[in-house]
Design a protein around this ligand. Structure first.
Ligand code: DGJ
Length: 741
């Protein structure tokens, strides 16, 4: 890995053993991109990759000079004005009303390692040899504003992390109306764009479309990353499949408004952009103030979509997720929400917990309903203390101790960012919500959004949460967030600074997380937003796992977890077994299949175990044992998608340990078909030269090559449900002595 600057050609080459990223100072002093893709050997001069020449209607930089026109050049961080008519990466409004800028190369520094981004989540290194960083300072000399382009390249991953910082050294105030984290121009447009789109309870569908001339993209303007559009897109070549071909993933480490777009111009160049959505964003930058953008992560793969996903998994689980729980085995939990809703008695939850304990479940999580006046969603949010002693006679402390006495850990639900009008907090501080002066704030789930741009609001909520966490033995917090932001106006800010509110809101959320994890490093946080409406890399920096979806139907979950796996590691995917008929879709699926899906995530249960039969309890016991045995592998193994459930017949995936000695495969039949074809499932990721036994049956072995090239025969009689609708099976593979010749 290295970052080389060639003085003579003013070119920068960032490379490791897998990728190259080459930039150049252009004839007008701005930065351009020469190449991004598979590693190429270093040379000092790649200037031939900067194509130019005369074209009618083109705008040039100098009179009588017809080589370099920004419109036909691959710009690195394009501005408005100056003749590049495509989407800019930033816009800077000046006091005279102009948005025209000219940021030219000034200097750069290269250093080992990677700095953290203050107040923002970002990839990190543990050792400075893991990455190298370059910061290129561009200056607009008229305004005396710097734009610092930051790039880190990782030694062990085909990954570049990019962000941008603006610094106002001038005397006038400027306003940033758009600051994207990355913009990159690629020389052609022969790509398909993949996005993860959805809605509540059907998050992260995989959508693929061919690029076309014009701007295509996705965004969230909902204040959080959203269930509708995940902050991610990928470009893949038409021939790229799961295991071969080129793909580039773009992921934003951010939880607020975002946009991802690809503009294809009429000369077939593609401009990919990712960052904070510019709508509603306008950041006043006074003299000597700076603004730091969130970080975008670019992953290159020449091994298909799986190759891209595995890189995201590896780097996110080891260099984004932090803290004690990063590598610790996660507890198997039981959550009372689907069993009781907010109206529960202590007896009920203790019974659920004690039955769960008998099945080997390790953590009991008390969901919504324990605080303030809270029997439904109309009241209580904001009052993070117990007032209803009929429900909890000895408060949270008493309940937690009783749960601990059973030999289980105790976890608790909060929704820190929200408030009901019927709450002590609202009665005392009705001005603490986001709402426009003189106008009604719109409710959603009968709740309103606290103004987290205000430090005193964040501090107040912190103090309430701190008290609860200090007073009871709580080892897990489920941090929920159940509405989008509508009237985004903060009375804590002046009129001219309202454009900061969306972003500062998210910074406030990050701040509260940071305060809590600093004070309670032992607590495992799971983020949640009506299920998976804020499943993004920003959250993973604070909360190692996320509640993936409120939809716990096994068949829907195969799709949701499949889509989620495009970017997010299994160690981040909260996956629970719930009752049937399923509360969201009414479907009845075998308990085994519900377990077989949830095993490919961080396992939990969300049902009243007492209502189950003895046989069902036995099945759960076995699922729990299985998870305990394999959870290390689930958290650290390589995940492969084998069969796309969106295609309708079946879904299949597998996890393989790093040493390729152990693996397990999940196969899920969706609808049964009469007199159907034989099913042959080709595995992947195994060692061609190793022998494997199946399900600990030592009487027969299979070569890794056999399983991958000839495939594994799926016999429908072997599936739970014997091949009927929703039947499934997990196959375990273990290497055994002997090498294939
Ligand atoms: C939405 C979450 O996704 C559910 O799991 C549950 O915690 C409810 N909120 C509680 O209000």
């Amino acid at each position: 890995m290295a970052i080389i600057f060639s003085e003579q050609t003013r070119e920068f080459h960032l490379f490791n053993h897998q990728i190259s990223y080459i930039m150049k100072v252009l004839p007008n002093g701005q930065m351009g991109n020469l190449y991004y893709g598979k590693k190429i050997k270093h040379k000092n001069n790649y200037s031939y990759l900067l194509e130019g020449g005369h074209r009618s209607l083109a705008v040039y930089c100098e009179e009588n000079e017809y080589f370099f026109s920004p419109q036909y050049t691959r710009m690195e961080y394009p501005c408005t004005g100056m003749g590049d008519f495509r989407e800019p990466a930033f816009e800077l409004l000046q006091e005279n009303g102009s948005r025209i800028t000219n940021f030219q190369y000034q200097s750069h520094i290269i250093y080992k390692g990677k700095n953290r981004l203050s107040g923002l989540p970002a990839l990190y290194v543990e050792d400075e040899d893991e990455a190298e960083t370059i910061e290129i300072t561009l200056t607009d000399s008229l305004l005396k504003v710097d734009c610092i382009l930051q790039y880190s390249i990782f030694r062990d991953y085909p990954v570049i992390a990019r962000s941008v910082k603006f610094y106002n050294h001038g005397n006038e105030k400027v306003t940033l109306d758009r600051v994207l984290s990355a913009s990159i121009d690629l020389p052609d447009a022969e790509y398909e764009m993949i996005q993860l789109s959805g809605a509540w309870a059907r998050e992260r569908d995989v959508i693929c479309r061919k690029l076309n001339v014009g701007v295509q993209g996705i965004n969230s303007r909902r204040g959080i990353s959203s269930a509708e559009q995940n902050p991610f897109i990928a470009l893949k070549r038409p021939e790229t499949n799961e295991f071969s071909g080129e793909a580039i993933g773009f992921s934003l480490i951010y939880s607020g408004n975002h946009m991802e777009s690809v503009e294809v111009d009429t000369c077939n160049m593609s401009r990919i952009q990712i960052g904070i959505h510019p709508e509603g964003f306008s950041w006043l930058l006074k003299p000597e103030e700076s603004f730091q953008s969130p970080e975008a992560v670019l992953v290159y793969s020449d091994q298909g979509m799986n190759g891209m996903s595995q890189t995201f998994h590896r780097i996110y689980r080891s260099r984004l997720v932090r803290g004690l729980w990063r590598d610790r085995e996660r507890p198997i939990l039981i959550n009372n929400w689907e069993a009781t809703g907010p109206q529960f008695t202590e007896r009920q939850v203790l019974d659920i917990a004690s039955t769960a304990k008998k099945m080997g479940i390790e953590l009991f999580v008390l969901d919504d309903g324990w605080f303030g006046k809270r029997d439904d969603d109309k009241s209580g949010l904001g009052d993070w203390y117990v007032t209803d002693y009929d429900k909890l006679p000895e408060g949270i402390e008493g309940l937690a101790k009783k749960i601990n006495a059973m030999g289980m850990d105790f976890g608790l639900w909060f929704e820190p960012e929200m408030i009901n009008k019927d709450s002590d907090l609202f009665r005392e501080h009705s001005d603490w919500i986001l709402s426009a002066p003189g106008r009604k704030a719109s409710p959603s789930r009968n709740q309103y959004v606290l103004d987290f741009t205000s430090e005193k609001v964040v501090e107040y909520i912190y103090n309430l949460m701190e008290r609860v966490l200090m007073n009871a033995p709580i080892t897990y917090v489920k941090w929920d967030m159940n509405r989008y932001l509508s009237e985004v106006y903060s009375t804590a800010h002046k009129a001219g600074e309202q454009g900061k509110v969306f972003h500062k809101y998210i910074l406030g959320v990050y701040r509260l997380y940071e305060l809590l994890i600093e004070k309670f490093p032992e607590v495992l946080f799971e983020s949640c937003s009506s299920g998976g409406a804020r499943f993004d890399p920003g959250m993973l920096y604070y909360a190692p796992q996320t509640w993936t979806s409120d939809n716990t139907d096994a068949i829907e979950r195969i799709k949701i977890q499949y889509g989620t796996s495009f970017v997010y590691p299994l160690s981040s995917i909260g996956a629970h077994v719930s009752e049937v008929p399923n509360q969201q879709v009414g479907r009845v699926t075998p308990l085994e299949t519900r377990g077989n899906v949830a095993q490919f995530g961080m396992l939990g249960y969300e049902l009243d175990l007492q209502r189950l039969t003895e046989r069902e309890r036995q099945i759960i016991k076995e699922q729990v044992e299985f998870h305990k045995k394999y959870r290390k592998l689930i958290m650290s193994g390589d995940f492969y998608r084998l069969q796309n459930p969106f295609e309708g017949k079946a879904g299949a995936w597998m996890v393989v340990s790093q040493d390729k000695n152990e693996a397990f495969v999940g196969f899920y039949k969706i609808l049964s078909i009469a007199n159907e074809e034989w099913i042959r499932l080709k595995l992947t990721g195994l060692d061609e030269n190793k022998r494997y036994i199946l399900d600990e049956d030592e009487s027969e072995w299979f070569g890794g090559d056999e399983l991958m090239h000839a495939g594994m025969v799926i016999c429908k009689e072997d599936l739970c449900g014997r091949g009927r609708d929703f039947s499934s099976r997990i196959y375990r593979l273990k290497s055994c002595m002997g090498q294939e010749g």
